[in-house]
Design a binder for this molecule. Sequence first.
Ligand SMILES: Cc1cc2nc3c(=O)[nH]c(=O)nc-3n(C[C@H](O)[C@H](O)[C@H](O)COP(=O)(O)OP(=O)(O)OC[C@H]3O[C@@H](n4cnc5c(N)ncnc54)[C@H](O)[C@@H]3O)c2cc1C
Length: 378
Amino acid sequence: MVQHSFGKLNNDVVGNNLCTACGACAGLCPHFGSYKDRVAPLHECTQPLGACEEACPRMPSDPEALVRAAAPQEMITQEMGPVRRLWVTRAKDEDIRNRGQHGGTVTALAAFALEQGLVDAWIMARSHDSLSGVPTVCRTRAQVQACAGTKLTSVPVVGGFLEAAFKDPGRFGVVATPCQCLALAKIKASDHPRLRQAAEKLALVVGLFCGWSFGHRELSRALSGRVDPDDVTGLDIPPSRHQSLEVFIKGRETSVPLSKVTGAVRPACAYCFDMTAEPADLSVGSARLPGGWDEARHWNQTVVRSQMGEDLLERANAAGILTLQEPPEGALEKLKTAAAGKKRTALKNLAQLSKNPDDLLYLPRGFGKSLSSTEHGA
Ligand SMILES: Cc1cc2nc3c(=O)[nH]c(=O)nc-3n(C[C@H](O)[C@H](O)[C@H](O)COP(=O)(O)OP(=O)(O)OC[C@H]3O[C@@H](n4cnc5c(N)ncnc54)[C@H](O)[C@@H]3O)c2cc1C
């Protein structure tokens, strides 16, 4: 019996706990709906090959082929996709640095790209309540700045992009987590007429490093009793040796042992192979500096991936928007080791889920094979 796209997404993705709630399906089709960090099938649909199936980051595709097609071969690394350059960066604007999660690089670059006319609008995650966010269209610097900071729950920004792309004129930039970047790369590479229409509106993708995200309800439950979840103004996860979740509450900071909240991590994140948002133009995460977390938390690591990303960074540097520094010695190797570790864990978990070591469900057979023969042990 032929399984329709709706059935595949419902059974293979949502039913297998693989859904990342990127919102691609809901942005393409009224048969799916999204609310906060959940995407749910609403009504049965019998389309044989819907755009939803083509765009879903957890339906089979070859992510390595997608990045290979977009970057010169000599820049592709096995561990973390294309790398032209790695920089340590932060915004020069103090107000942006204070609002930003780390160095405010993403907010500063996004505001600059808007003012330079490189994009007409950004799709970003704006706070909805203390622990969740909603996708929003930002057309002004003030709107971009209002989105600064990390929401550690899933925000369906791909759905937000698609909705805007089908409705509004202009070209968009998107700030996205790695799973969302994969959905955007699939949209760009697709021949499906509806996805081609959306892809024409996609000008720039700034990716965020991501270890995992929390489920909104689960995190709220895990925090209550320790802090009032409604009072939380921000969250952060320092490097793994700290084993803690930093919780900011109206100017005060407290720390919750990571072991008390890891049960709230979204199950789908166990199957994610990408830590550094490989298909983006630029990827941004927290820095690792010799002065430790107290210094590093105010800086970013920025991976330049595409020519477009390089041009944006150079222009922003020339215009005095960012401070750019050479990374400490060994920073790229450390990042590769961490990225390879995430890949190995995902491949192991996918093989366990399929109960067949060769069946990696949404990834092609043999994916990551070359990785296991490198020296970058997890
Ligand atoms: C779920 C999640 C997990 C992360 N895990 C790691 C990690 O393990 N290691 C690491 O180094 N970095 C991680 N990051 C990235 C990190 O938190 C910062 O976003 C990054 O360092 C950029 O900092 P900044 O100061 O430049 O960001 P800012 O200038 O504050 O800009 C942040 C941007 O991120 C967007 N954003 C916020 N939340 C979300 C979301 N849930 N989905 C999509 N976009 C969002 C906002 O719209 C804003 O544009 C994670 C981010 C997210 C969203």
